[in-house]
Design a protein around this ligand. Sequence first.
Ligand SMILES: Cc1cc2nc3c(=O)[nH]c(=O)nc-3n(C[C@H](O)[C@H](O)[C@H](O)COP(=O)(O)OP(=O)(O)OC[C@H]3O[C@@H](n4cnc5c(N)ncnc54)[C@H](O)[C@@H]3O)c2cc1C
Length: 524
Amino acid sequence: MPFDCEALQDGCRMQEVMDKGAGTQGYDPVRNVVIVGGGTAGWMAAAALSRFLGRDRTITLVESDAIGIVGVGEATIPPIRTFNSMLDIAEEDFLRETRGTFKLGIEFVNWGRVGDRYMHPFGAYGQDFHGVPFHQMWLRYRALGGDAGLEDFSMCIAAAHRGKFGKARPGEPTPLQHIAWAYHFDAGLYARFLRGIAEQQGVVRREGRIVAFHRDGESGDVTSVEFEGGTRLAGDLFLDCSGFRGLLIEEALETGWEDWSHWLPMDSALAVPTANTEAPAPFTRSTAHAAGWQWRIPLQHRTGNGHVFCSAHTDADQAERTLRENVEGDLLADPRMIRFTTGMRRQAWNHNVVSLGLASGFIEPLESTSIHLIQHGVLRLIGLFPDRKINPTEREEYNRNLRSIFEFVRDFVILHYKANQREDSVFWRQMAAMSVPDTLQHRMDLWQAHGRVFPKEADMFNIPSWVAVMLGQNVTPDRYDPVADALVEKQLTAALADMRTRYAETAGRLPSHETYLQKVGAWA
Ligand SMILES: Cc1cc2nc3c(=O)[nH]c(=O)nc-3n(C[C@H](O)[C@H](O)[C@H](O)COP(=O)(O)OP(=O)(O)OC[C@H]3O[C@@H](n4cnc5c(N)ncnc54)[C@H](O)[C@@H]3O)c2cc1C
């Protein structure tokens, strides 16, 4: 599986956390949790905390309809399924309520060179053989003159290219076991859906604009937030889900922001929904333009589009023209501008404030990772849930872990820019020439020598994801790993020919994506 099971492990630890301290002398638990913000981050946190830590605690969520939410997170990665199932959410209900669709990966157009096209699929490529990663066998097969592309060995890609979807029945020996999926959905509807769950589990929602905060004179911890009109809301632990501004983590605590825009200089996005022109495809598309890229996210009732660009290389008018010229259906609204700076909070958890979502950091949505970073933060917080007197070691562990996962995403996204051979604009030439973080350079060097990828603790994308982007963007290793020579040539070519045929035949038999959604009762 290309995705780790960390979230699941966190979930298993939850029961221990819930039981911790019961009957312990001197135990001073957090009784009042205040969540500031009701976007995706706020309601994901509210739903999960009330599910696992709601007993004997008051959880209050404050949001302001006048301020609203950013509302553009629409594509996800597979671990969101774990999050939903931890909340006992049935997949078909979730898809119906959020007008969601299945996502088998992301198609990248014009990234390596103009005219190139490849897919980053969620499932694995082929089958590893006695521990030899499949892509090494494929590299050897190519060195021997084999003509099949790597994409011919991905069940996800075979289905995605045909606009199909299906799942294996448990235990059924079929290549469908290699399908992994995530979702596209309407972010506003997801927040509303989670709100229903959270409120049922006892979360209290307070509508209103927070205009001030109060801190303890001695510890510096936040003690309360203040609404327009002067009413205060006190808490032991505050979750800052207030979006980019970071109402508590930054405005109250001045935690600081680590700016990564020298590696990822995209600072603007124009987002617009369009009418569907065809049945929704089961994959996201990312098309590179002269100074940025455009997403296409197909939902049941509309398509989400957006142009992420670097304002130092193109102005807003040109960016909007590019967006309008490249969307497929009629615009359902005027394009909406969102400005951002890539980076992360110096500490995601400072004093008694834990920031989540945009308040904690932002990396452009190229690999649809922001909602996952929220999920990861929420589950880590539950796994390290503090007492009223916060243990600094637990807080540091949280910050260390969040930093490593943010840095992982940063490196993976940078790779898409660094590994380009486009000559058509200054922007792309600068991106190809930039120096990258040492952590990424190390991975690229390892890849270049023998096509090797060594997953690390914080890796949320595993070997096939690195392989997809490296090979998809024409970064071919000097040589394959010599362990691939262990296979007899005839066996290798026969095994690959068999796999290729089985993937294609299996995909051919699947129902269309839309038919599948209808068949399982997920179509709204
Ligand atoms: C262009 C773009 C595209 C994206 N695409 C994706 C994607 O495809 N996939 C993905 O995973 N993620 C994506 N994201 C990220 C995703 O949108 C966010 O991670 C997600 O929406 C979480 O936002 P949030 O809840 O942190 O903040 P917001 O949605 O901004 O919510 C902030 C909340 O705080 C409240 N608030 C703020 N100030 C106050 C105040 N003073 N008083 C009371 N309440 C207040 C607001 O009312 C609101 O409820 C994208 C982001 C951008 C910018």
